[in-house]
Design a binder for this molecule. Structure first.
Ligand SMILES: [Zn+2]
Length: 271
């Protein structure tokens, strides 16, 4: 039941105000791995939960040790053809809002302006106590200065700026506290088990209110935040198209499904 790319082109032509919803499949060509396979199942160990991060000292140290290694490539990732095609779509006035589940800021780097980072952004670190925020690059320098022995480690890339480090003494890893109040710092992303801040949900909602259709790009919609947007669209009678390799949780709600790599599926936007 997959359609040819020409049908996607016609769908985009027919609907001048698209809410675009993007996921990990947009960023794999930028060297950022995704969590799920073509059936939407976990390819790897699920990410750390908010409860484990805040409640367990060793878990938190392991998170930041892996992140120290992972950030070296994640922080340098560049936009790919998919990000550029969607920025072009916005330039043509066809996007009511771009809502992304990605935390890599690559849509903004490619030139998209009206973006909702539904799951937050990894380039910012925030204090859980006083909400003070700092840039990840500066924080990275601090992490490296405090943990010189860890700087030379290399590991396999994992999603969300994570890296596969195991079997080390994580209790030896030092985490700097909030420079403002001494509180616990956390990347400014929504962890599993954590609620999405209300303003971000409202922002996505406003995009849907202004849309005449929804275009899903590179998401299996397994995470409820994205699935909910498609559910709402379907309830309002808005048509939904998806460009994704493999199945999505909302397949039965789609008006159009194209199974192709994101960059290939949107290449017509660059012509
Ligand atoms: Zn603080």
């Amino acid at each position: 039941m997959t359609h040819p790319i020409a049908d996607l082109e016609a769908f985009i032509d027919r609907h001048p105000r698209l809410l675009v919803l993007t996921g990990a499949g947009c960023s794999t060509d930028s060297g950022i791995p995704d969590y799920r396979d073509a059936d939407g199942a976990w390819k790897r160990k699920p990410p750390v939960t908010f409860q484990a991060f805040t409640g367990n000292d060793t878990t938190r140290r392991r998170y930041w040790a892996r992140s120290l290694v992972g950030w070296r490539y994640f922080g340098m990732a560049e936009p790919n053809a998919t990000h550029r095609a969607l920025a072009r779509l916005e330039e043509h006035g066809k996007v009511s809002r771009l809502v992304t589940q990605n935390v890599d800021r690559l849509h903004q780097k490619a030139g998209s302006r009206d973006v909702v980072d539904l799951h937050g952004r990894l380039d910012i670190v925030r204090c859980l106590a006083c909400r003070h925020s700092l840039g990840r690059d500066g924080f990275q320098a601090e992490l490296e200065a405090l943990n010189p022995d860890w700087v030379s480690l290399d590991a396999l890339r994992a999603p969300d700026g994570d890296a596969d480090l195991e079997g080390l003494d994580f209790d030896a890893f030092a985490i700097p506290p909030c420079p403002h109040c001494g509180g616990m710092l956390k990347p400014d992303v929504v962890f599993f088990g954590e609620n999405i801040p209300r303003p971000w949900v409202d922002d996505a909602q406003a995009g849907l209110d202004a849309a005449d259709a929804v275009l899903v790009v590179g998401s299996s919609l397994m995470v409820y935040s994205g699935y909910r947007i498609v559910l709402q669209a379907a309830r309002r009678g808005l048509p939904v198209a998806a460009l994704n390799l493999g199945r999505t949780r909302a397949d039965e709600l789609l008006s159009l499904k194209v199974e192709a790599p994101c960059g290939e599926g949107l290449a017509f936007l660059m012509n």
